[in-house]
Design a protein around this ligand. Structure first.
Ligand code: ADP
Ligand code: ZN
Length: 752
């Protein structure tokens, strides 16, 4: 400790003291000042470890100063360590973090924490905890049966490990079963599971560059698109360009050319793709063209991510490709950000900070005078609306490039199919059945799409009409035949199928509606000789299953692939000539203003899975409401027609793009507590101008995991009113208590 100042009055200390302002990854809206004791050295953007309320926490240096401001000098505590002097976030990212904090109502430290993967600071190989069976498989099955009644979560965990086959990472296990560590820890204590440490994979990534060849000669539309974007790159000006082009129209080729220009100008680039289409093939297309690509996504191990991050940070790689969080790649001299499939809801993060990568990319590109290219066959209403207003450059690729034609779309009105099939819930219309038979005869491939997993979404009593519901959530349980379990798709609660109706003891429950499992059963029955595979969250519970099924399908070892939206996106299978949409209606009646948009997008994307090769494709859309505008427009692949109607609807109701939304959700085991909190907040927001406040009202999912849910929705009609609303709301989460959970969600994508 240093002596009191008075002793040194008039004497210069040998080394002047230095101080740093540090942002901590806590929901606290201020930064904290610490002394930087010699010989430690740091600059803004460095990570440090500091003492805080009896703990030591990591934080990011925001500023270095030679005074400690208003904090009394003897109260300032020293920085404990600079974590890695070489890891420095570029200044532009510090500015961006502040924008995220302002727009999404989180602290600066939380925003920075999301940008800098914790992994970036660590080096070398790490060991990760896994669990595996410590008893024979049949014993484990018996144990799961036994635990079912009293310890449902433990039974659920044990079954997940059984399905995984082999050591399962505990993180994955907890995520998949929606449990904490305690169930698996208890199973370890009882000797059913064993905990093992396994080295993290540290092999460098090998992108699949096999498809690389000579770059094609651009067609006229592509040329126009590339030129339109490059104008802004050359001017070093910020601009958002919306590239609207159907699947296969050559958007990726346009991105590649734009990236080429950026690199020629000495600038770097970021490419964001949805997690699900981040395949080795996608990465390969970029890696084949550029030597300096780094890949960032959650599928990488910590060591791999750290390596890629450092390559970008050190300037060894200049192109980052990855999912949402790759937007925070530490590149300098950013020239262009590409967001492919910009309509995908996975660009929104659903935990703090709840940023939307598209909106945040606009901010980053503004800060760095970079160009943002948004690509999609079905742009969001937000992006298309802004482009129509002239805020964005609208660029269209109207035709498929290379070979490949748009598929023929046929609508099957299920109301004509008669009662008999509808009762069972599986409806493969006669038309679809006939077409499938033809394809199977000529050895062409078929995709059947249904966005609902399990066998039947509801079990109902034919006598009293009661459905079997989740004991913790306000939803019915889905019947899964293969697992022999009823499962809650919200909290993952599982239970055995009851013999009798719980209300009237009627002895037989009916399976109502259809999921992918039921479609699979129907197809196997109709075409016993066909090789059928199913791809949904249930069949993908085994390590590596995803790639196995896709590559078997690509090698034509599977005739019919049935799946949820997992198969709707991005994959390119030239021999698929028939796509059947089992029900176009599953998402249509969800009370969410984006229901029509989602339905349209999904149908359009599914249609993109056929006709990619030399043979033309056919899509059969089965629906009970062929006259619905989203379904009708999708069935004629008419984006313009859909958007016109949808924009009119959004304008009339004041939803985006005509407003920016803010949602506040209150959750409590006591319904009145949630409601009262909502009413109180509404009262405080009454006087905001140009803001419409809806609610408080029960959320669509009125109860999840025993918590009642009430929400409030704000439509902010101007940028100023959004800022005013956020000034009031940025600390609303601080009202949360142990009993009351408060969530602030700006640009919400889910209204559930
Ligand atoms: P998108 O990204 O819009 O789905 P891609 O860029 O993947 O489209 O292009 C679809 C297919 O057409 C790819 O196989 C690609 O190699 C090919 N392709 C793209 N542009 C051209 C072109 N100008 N000439 C010939 N083939 C092209
Ligand atoms: Zn539940």
């Amino acid at each position: 400790m240093s002596a009191p100042d008075s002793l040194f009055a008039g004497v210069e200390p040998a080394t002047p003291r230095r101080y740093v302002d540090v942002a901590l990854a806590l929901p606290l809206r201020t930064t904290f000042t610490y002394e930087l004791p010699a010989p430690l050295d740091a600059e803004p953007g460095n990570r440090v470890r500091v003492p805080f309320r009896g703990r030591e926490l990591p934080g990011v240096v925001i500023a270095v100063r030679d005074d400690c401001g208003s904090v009394p000098r003897d109260r300032v505590r020293p920085v404990r360590a600079v974590l890695d002097r070489a890891v420095v976030m570029p200044p532009s990212l510090l500015v961006l973090a502040q924008r995220i904090a302002n727009d999404y109502g989180c602290s600066l430290g939380e925003a920075l924490d999301a940008m800098l993967p914790s992994i970036a600071k660590q080096r070398g190989v790490r060991q990760l905890p896994h669990v595996e069976l410590a008893v024979p498989v049949d014993l484990a099955h018996a144990a799961a049966e036994e635990l079912e009644e009293k310890h449902e979560q433990r039974a659920r965990v044990l079954r997940a490990v059984l399905e995984w086959s082999g050591p399962m990472p505990t993180l994955q296990l907890e995520r998949q079963t929606n449990t904490s560590a305690s169930p698996w820890q208890t199973l370890v204590k009882h000797g059913t599971l064993r905990r093992v440490m396994i080295d993290e994979e540290a092999e460098p990534l090998e992108p699949d560059t096999s498809a690389a060849g000579e770059p094609p000669i651009l067609n006229a539309d592509q040329r126009r698109a590339v030129d339109a974007v490059n104008v802004w790159l050359d001017r070093r000006a910020h601009r958002v360009c919306l590239l609207h082009g159907v699947t296969g129209s050559g958007k990726t080729e346009v991105y590649l050319r734009v990236l080429e220009r950026a690199r020629a100008l000495g600038r770097s680039a970021i490419v964001l793709v949805p997690e699900i289409s981040l395949t080795p093939q996608t990465v390969g297309r970029f890696a084949a063209r550029f030597p300096d690509v780094a890949v960032l996504h959650s599928g990488l191990t910590g060591a791999q991510r750290a390596r890629e991050w450092h390559r970008l940070s050190r300037g060894e790689a200049h192109i980052a490709i990855g999912a949402r969080s790759a937007l925070f790649a530490p590149v300098r001299e950013l020239g262009v950000v590409v967001i492919d499939e910009e309509h995908e809801s996975s660009f929104k993060q659903d935990s703090t900070p709840r940023y939307h990568a598209r909106e945040t990319a606009i901010a980053r590109c503004e800060i760095e005078s970079a160009v943002l290219v948004l690509g999609s066959a079905t742009p969001t209403l937000e992006s298309f609306g802004r482009a129509k207003r002239g805020a964005y450059e609208l660029i269209t690729l109207p035709q498929r490039a290379g070979h490949g034609t748009l598929p023929k779309m046929l609508v099957e009105d299920l109301r004509k199919e008669g009662k008999q099939q509808a009762v069972g819930g599986v409806v493969i219309s006669r038309a679809l059945q006939l077409q499938m038979a033809e394809r199977l005869a000529t050895k062409e491939q078929v995709i059947l799409f249904l966005n609902r997993r399990g066998f039947a979404p509801v079990l109902v009593c034919p006598s009293c009409g009661a459905a079997v519901k989740c004991p913790h959530c306000d939803v019915s349980l889905t019947w899964h035949v293969r697992r022999g379990r009823l499962v809650c798709h919200w909290c993952q609660h599982e239970k055995r199928r009851p013999e009798l109706c719980g209300y009237c003891s009627h002895p037989r429950l009916h399976e109502l509606g259809a999921g992918t499992e039921r479609v699979e059963a129907a197809v196997r029955q109709m075409f016993p000789e066909a090789i059928v595979a199913r791809m949904d969250a249930d069949t993908m519970r085994q390590r590596g299953a995803h790639e196995r099924v896709l590559s078997a399908f690509r090698r034509r070892q599977i005739d019919v692939l049935i799946g949820t939206q997992m198969i709707a996106k991005g994959h390119d299978f030239p021999d698929v000539t028939l796509v059947g949409v089992i029900s176009a209606d599953t998402g249509l009646f969800v009370p969410d203003f984006r229901a029509a948009e989602r339905t349209f997008q999904l149908l359009f994307q599914v249609a993109g899975r056929t006709g990619r090769g030399s043979k033309p494709g056919t899509v059969i859309v089965q629906t009970h409401c062929p006259e619905n505008y989203a379904i009708a427009a999708a069935s004629s692949l008419d984006y313009e027609r859909f958007v016109q109607q949808e924009l009119a609807f959004r304008r009339a109701t004041g939803y985006p793009p005509y407003s920016r939304l803010v949602r506040v959700v209150f959750e409590s085991k006591r319904e009145t507590e949630a409601k009262e909190a909502g009413v109180a907040l509404r009262g405080e927001l009454q006087d905001l101008a140009e803001v419409e406040v809806l609610g408080p009202a029960p959320a669509i999912l009125a109860k999840v995991q025993d918590r009642h849910r009430v929400h409030l929705l704000l439509k902010c009609f101007t940028a100023a009113s959004f800022a005013a609303a956020m000034a009031r709301l940025s600390t609303v989460e601080d009202r949360g208590t142990h009993a009351l959970r408060v969530t602030l969600d700006v640009d919400p994508m889910a209204m559930m």
